[in-house]
Write a protein that binds this ligand. Structure first.
Ligand code: SF4
Ligand code: SF4
Length: 424
């Protein structure tokens, strides 16, 4: 952290100061061990190191200042929730993280044991008084994607009183498209009511342009990782994608483009974060919310490099831009609904686009192997892993199921090292 004392701010937000201090200690140690120990990092990663060091400090202060100025803060858990609508209503949109094993005992009072780590974590963070983002939010938007989340939001609303749920269909028929469009319109009306600000075409165009610029910067980063040697580690690229969910979008875009300028140079000079010829891994599957860095740390600690994430904290979030060519708010909503329904989450059936996307990404990033990562008890991704494995030919494929705990670290490392040996 910057050294500034934020204790009063955390206390005013109702955080459990003792638990919170413990969390920051663990986080900062993990960051030092996993991130700051890396060699050959791009200099522009310093910005992202700073953002992490201020994740519960300066960024929260900025958000609280925005609230003071009359803006509404909206927390989300899924890439189906349209950030453009929040921004068009002059809101601040924050992707709530749930990537650490905290508050499991408390979460266990609301959730069965066989619930995925991400759901356990968002309940655990709240119940342990650890998340300043949840406490700062005026609205938390859930969605009916997987069954676990859908039901957990009921309890989350009992605890926070702030949850609004969008119904995401599970197929993509004409009727589903109509349902989804009506849900998008309902969310727009909700944001207008919450903010007291109208959504105009001009305002919406500005919002779309900001979010598209962010996506373009992330796409640029993704393309640069196709070089051999990879100019940036998978750990650092994952971090940038994680930060994209809660940083100010305009500043984030500027800093990511700055990073990409440096990576362009590194590609021209042949400078890599890993050695030329290091085995290249595409990671595919369940989202890796901050600070879930476990799999990438194992892969890169074993001499390979992660070159892409076919995941919501990755390609699924930024692959498609929103068409900016509209002249009414209704037309914009139709384009927005269509863009978001193109997302290939495993909650959909059928979901063949995702298999095609895995294959295309493995090819464009020149992956030597694919590791399919499912959070334990994440049925949609666990199921789809088998289908993906059958469909992908010519690239070695490995399925793993894990959670946030470090108990299986050694066992996973042994399996992943053996897999990497096959790729050499
Ligand atoms: S995996 Fe599916 S449910 Fe989870 S964040 Fe991504 S789109 Fe949403
Ligand atoms: S990781 Fe899987 S089970 Fe967990 S919330 Fe996401 S889709 Fe649902």
């Amino acid at each position: 952290m910057s050294g500034k004392d934020y204790t009063k701010m955390w206390k005013d937000l109702g955080l459990n100061l003792e638990n919170h201090a413990g969390l920051l200690d663990v986080l900062s140690k993990a960051y030092k061990d996993i991130y700051l120990s890396q060699k050959n990092r791009p200099k522009a990663m310093e910005y992202f190191d700073f953002v992490i060091s201020e994740v519960h400090g300066l960024r929260i202060e900025e958000i609280l200042n925005a609230k003071e100025a009359g803006r509404k803060v909206v927390g989300t858990f899924c890439v189906y929730v349209p950030e453009e609508i929040v921004l068009a209503a002059d809101g601040v949109c924050i992707g709530l993280c749930a990537g650490a094993e905290v508050g499991s005992d408390e979460a266990g009072k609301y959730l069965p044991r066989n619930t995925c780590a991400l759901i356990k974590a968002f309940m655990g963070f709240k119940l342990s008084g650890l998340c300043p983002y949840v406490e700062s939010a005026d609205l938390i938007v859930g969605e009916t994607t997987c069954d676990g989340k859908k039901k957990a939001y009921e309890s989350f609303n009992d605890i926070t009183g702030k949850v609004y749920v969008m119904e995401v269909p599970h197929m993509k028929t004409t009727e589903d498209r109509k349902l989804w469009l009506s849900e998008v319109m309902r969310f727009k009306d909700k944001m207008v009511a919450l903010s007291g600000k109208e959504i105009t075409v001009v305002g919406f165009k500005k919002a779309v342009s900001k979010v598209n610029a962010k996506r373009k910067a992330l796409q640029r980063l993704s393309r640069l990782r196709a070089a051999d040697p990879a100019p940036i580690s998978g750990l650092d690229a994952l971090l940038v994608n994680q930060v994209s969910f809660y940083d100010d979008p305009v500043r984030f875009t500027e800093m990511t483009n700055k990073l990409c300028d440096e990576l362009d140079q590194r590609v021209s000079n042949g400078t890599g974060a890993a050695a030329k010829g290091a085995p290249r891994i595409l990671v595919s599957g369940s989202p890796m919310a901050i600070p879930n860095w476990k799999l990438h740390a194992i892969i890169e600690g074993s001499g390979a490099v992660a070159v892409g994430e076919e995941s919501c904290i990755g390609e699924r979030n930024h692959r498609d831009l929103l068409d900016e060519n509209f002249s009414t708010v209704d037309e914009a909503m139709e384009k927005l609904a269509s863009r978001y329904l193109g997302i290939d989450c495993a909650c959909f059936t059928p979901n063949n686009e995702r298999i095609d996307n895995i294959k295309a990404l493995a090819k464009s990033l020149k992956a030597d192997g694919i590791i399919h990562y499912s959070l334990q008890f994440c049925t949609p991704y666990m199921m789809e892993a088998y289908k993906a494995e059958r469909a992908v030919t010519g690239v070695p494929f490995m399925r793993i199921e894990t959670d946030y705990s470090m108990e299986d670290f050694g066992q996973l490392k042994t399996r992943i090292e053996a897999f990497i040996e096959i790729l050499r």
